[in-house]
Design a protein around this ligand. Sequence first.
Ligand code: MN
Ligand code: MN
Length: 452
Amino acid sequence: MSESILRKPKSAFDKLGGNCAAEADSYAAGYKAFLDAGKTERECVSEAARQARENGFTEFQKGSNSNKIYVSRHGKAIMFIRRGKKPLSEGFRMVAAHIDSPRIDLKAYPLYEQDGFAMLKTHYYGGIKKYQWMAVPLELRGAVCLASGKKVDVAPEAGEPVLFISDILPHLGAEQAKKPISEAFPGEGLNVTAGLLPEGDEKEDRVKLAVMTILNKRYGMVEDDFQSAELSLVPAGGANDAGLDRSMMGAYGQDDRACSYAALRALFDAREPEYTGVCILADKEEIGSEGITGMQSAFFDQVLEDLCEAEGCTLRDAYSNSFCFSGDVCNAFDPNFESVSDKRNNARLGYGPGIFKFTGTRGKAGSSDASAETMSRVRRLLDGAGVCWQMGELGKVDQGGGGTVAKYLANRNIEVVDIGMPVLNMHAPMEITSKIDCWQTYKAFLALYGER
Ligand code: MN
Ligand code: MN
């Protein structure tokens, strides 16, 4: 009896068997290359568009009738559309993920000299544990718009020196250790050390001048150009396999480039889709999905509305018949910190993507909370496609919480649920995922895009 009516949780490895670790490994190779090519939202947009062109996509022009198109906003958010056989009035099959990740941004007047060092003032972006970003190798990436309006990309080259935020040595850390973490590491203290050698014979700011000279030679920028720049410190180095068995990956920015890559690949790989597939890679999720490149932007609606108008249907009808996965990573159960989770309901690494009916805080507040009917549809879709998946919940009740882009899609009257691979060390410079989970998330997105 219990065989048929009790749930028997199985890891993806046990459920899928056979060659699954090797198949996951080959999927992971492409994913790691994507992570290395895209360490900022701008770089992710460029790399995703490049891969799309390789797969027959062209940039959207109003009035064009291409079946595979993409359109980007400010080079920081991008949407890919692959036309299916059915009319748009029957709805889209969508995956919305985000390509921005927590990081350390430079301020508008960042550069100063103090006690013989050239330093950079910063303002962190997204929810970070500040101490994790100290005493680790960082690199500068982003874009600067010069006084002329010309935009210059900033990225390290091979052999580039690393930057860093210093931390106090343990020998002198007794006072620091007495403080709560929120007080021990003030945001205003995250100043980057950028140089030590002086230049010129002025009385003051010779080290600052030397650093500005390096930036000037390299990017043609002067100090005032920081005012129209988006420069970020992100962890230096590339994606690695993790674990002696290479079952996992350790890399910066897996939240949420893991789902972004899975969604993109799935849109490319779906076979003769019935419904029009949409892959949204949004910016600004980590700071509330605001702005013209965030999920709340009308940009996404306006492009889809243009397509609907060209076909003589309303966006309203298309949305009300659409189905969307909000593709975002979830918290993985951590044996080192089990007290924050309800073990019975927390997603586990190696058990496939976690599906979240709701997120939110204090009694699910701020979450779109998918309907039972929506969950039923997802179960049938994924089980029918043989995907290994699990349900998840963001920690113990009242432990904390968070949100995703799901509610911004739900508010557009699009049926939506959260799904994504579990992550350890979320928002740390090195986040951890399981290769099998990433591969199964791709399979889940493939099932949605290929829905009959
Ligand atoms: Mn996320
Ligand atoms: Mn996040």
